[in-house]
Design a protein. Structure first.
Length: 543
């Protein structure tokens, strides 16, 4: 059974009357938190979908772009609880595994970047309007809305969002005492326990909300090589949100979240291998080291009788028939959820983020907004790259000792800090709406990638490598966006949109001492982008 198809059950307690019988609440009364949806329905007319794709709340029909929006109720109805579920609900969106099954990237219209490349992803994830560190969000719980924006978002979201953006808004504290607990269960001993408590500390002035999500699931694969079950999940997440309203015109909301994750990464399934002598369509010979080294043919290939037997004696569990027999067993004897993988697969992650949004209403038509964010994501992984019972492309260096999450595994730390100041307003009875902003962001990445490409010891010494580097990416930007309703001059249903963004970016990259590039490359690169513009004319239609 694939991981995206978890059969199970769900039990929900809404309100705390059942859990807190002595809290002075009216007996038997259910206190349900009101979800503020991204999709709001007008009971007197057609559905009205409200989105924030242009950094303000507005009707979807008036936004020039392709957007998929979900309210908290819709996320629950469609069982969208984690990143991988989203691709089943949004056409054209793919959630792909990069370095491991615990490190995912969004793909829209073919736009994406591998997580470990050191390059910002093309589909940028945001939470509460703040870009967060890669790997920093794994589940959607206590979520107010979720929006997927397709296509370049350069004017309002920065130059990196060439493929699109995924906007997640956490549920804000409300002026009521409410709460809920939800338990879901399924196959592979899947259990998801999540809950929320909302408390008005000072009515309509200081509002507090706390939420949590605890997930456990056994691995859905079986590895014949070591008898373990890859694909298991252990995740604990906690979040606290605080809203302070010192006056009618000022609102400040702070959200903090911490997450700890563990488990085993899933294992790929070997599909094919290049045989020596094969050529690419352009005639170039294909790399065939798997066929050259792993199998009884090793003796003849290197002119050493008994070489393969010596290799098997030093590598218990390896298929004696070599890579050809391993592929045949995978295709004929195993199903897709059975694998034979040499490399251990383990995961450990520690993530946190903080967002703070302050909105000050200067007048009915003018608002100043400041958005601050900081996040840190630290993941350590032993991951499988091939799905074969041989030491081919391992994410640890066999020369550095046995595989371990402490010191001999793929280790990545991503830190992001940002601040954005916006001035939003309208003129001419809201026919002209504008936003002007200044943006600062600094990303600090540290990536250590130990690798073993082949290990045929004791016959042939292992081929190994270390990649170890730090990178800092500092961005400063000024931007503006204007929307003018041409209905005010007689062109009913048409809206003119125009935007401008100027970005200056400085990138510093440093190869550290453990990297084989440390003596060859230690560069500092600065780049200055040109100002960009965008514009469109849209027609508002009922949806």
């Amino acid at each position: 059974m694939p991981p995206s198809s978890i059969r199970g059950w769900r039990l929900i307690f809404t309100g705390w009357a059942l859990l807190l019988p002595c809290a002075g609440l009216p007996g038997g009364k259910v206190f349900a938190a009101d979800a503020t949806p991204a999709a709001q329905t007008d009971q007197q007319g057609p559905e009205e979908v409200i989105v924030t794709a242009r950094r303000r709340s507005e009707e979807l029909a008036k936004v020039p772009g392709v957007i998929a929006a979900f309210s908290s109720a819709q996320l629950e109805e469609r069982s969208i609880t984690q990143q991988t579920d989203l691709q089943m609900a949004v056409p054209g969106l793919t959630v792909r595994q990069t370095e491991s099954s615990n490190y995912l990237n969004y793909v829209i219209r073919g736009q994406t970047v591998d997580a470990f490349s050191g390059t910002p992803t093309a589909v940028v994830p945001y939470i509460n309007e703040v870009q967060f560190a890669p790997g920093g969000l794994s589940s959607y719980f206590d979520t107010e809305s979720l929006q997927v924006l397709k296509g370049p978002q350069g004017t309002l979201f920065g130059r990196n969002a060439t493929g699109g953006a995924v906007l997640v808004t956490t549920a804000k504290p409300k002026n009521e005492f409410s709460g809920n607990v939800e338990v879901s269960g399924g196959n592979y001993d899947y259990v998801d326990l999540r809950g929320m408590l909302n408390v008005p500390v000072i009515s309509d002035k200081v509002l507090l909300r706390a939420a949590f999500d605890v997930v456990r699931r056994d691995g859905y694969q079986y590895n014949f090589f070591d008898g373990k079950h890859p694909g298991s999940v252990e995740r604990n997440v906690g979040r606290v949100s605080l809203t302070v309203k010192p006056s009618e015109s000022i609102e400040n909301t702070t959200v903090g979240q911490v997450e700890a994750s563990a488990g085993r990464n899933s294992v790929p399934v070997v599909y094919s291998y290049n045989k020596c002598g094969q050529a690419a369509p352009d005639g170039r010979p294909l790399n065939c080291y798997a066929d050259l080294l792993y199998g009884p043919q090793l003796d003849a290939n290197i002119g050493f009788p008994g070489a393969w037997a010596t290799y098997l004696a030093g590598h218990p569990g390896a298929n004696p028939g070599g890579i050809a027999a391993a592929l045949q067993a995978q295709q004929r004897q195993y199903d897709f959820w059975q694998v034979d993988e040499y490399s251990p697969v383990e995961h450990r992650g520690r993530n946190w983020f903080v967002t703070n949004t302050t909105a000050i209403d200067i007048s009915d038509s003018l608002q100043i907004k400041n958005i601050f964010g900081a996040s840190r994501a630290h993941s350590t992984d032993l991951a499988a790259e091939v799905g074969a019972p041989f030491a081919i492309l391992l994410t640890h260096n066999v020369r550095n000792g046995p595989p371990s999450l402490d010191g001999n595994a793929n280790d990545e730390v991503h830190k992001v800090i940002s601040d954005e100041v916006q001035l939003q307003g309208s003129l001419s009875n809201e026919a002209l709406r504008y936003i002007v902003g200044a943006y600062f962001q600094e990303n600090r990445d540290q990536i250590f990638y130990p690798a073993t490409y082949t290990d045929v010891s004791p016959i042939i010494p292992p081929t190994t490598d270390f990649t170890d580097y730090r990178q800092k990416d500092r961005t400063k930007a000024l931007y503006s966006h204007v929307s003018y309703d041409l209905g005010s001059i007689g062109a009913t249903g048409l809206t003119l949109n125009a935007g401008l963004r100027y970005t200056r970016e400085e990138i510093t990259s440093e190869q550290r001492s453990r990297s084989r590039f440390s003596r060859q490359l230690n560069s500092k690169r600065r780049s200055k982008s040109r100002a960009g513009t965008s514009g469109s004319i849209t027609r508002s239609l009922p949806i």
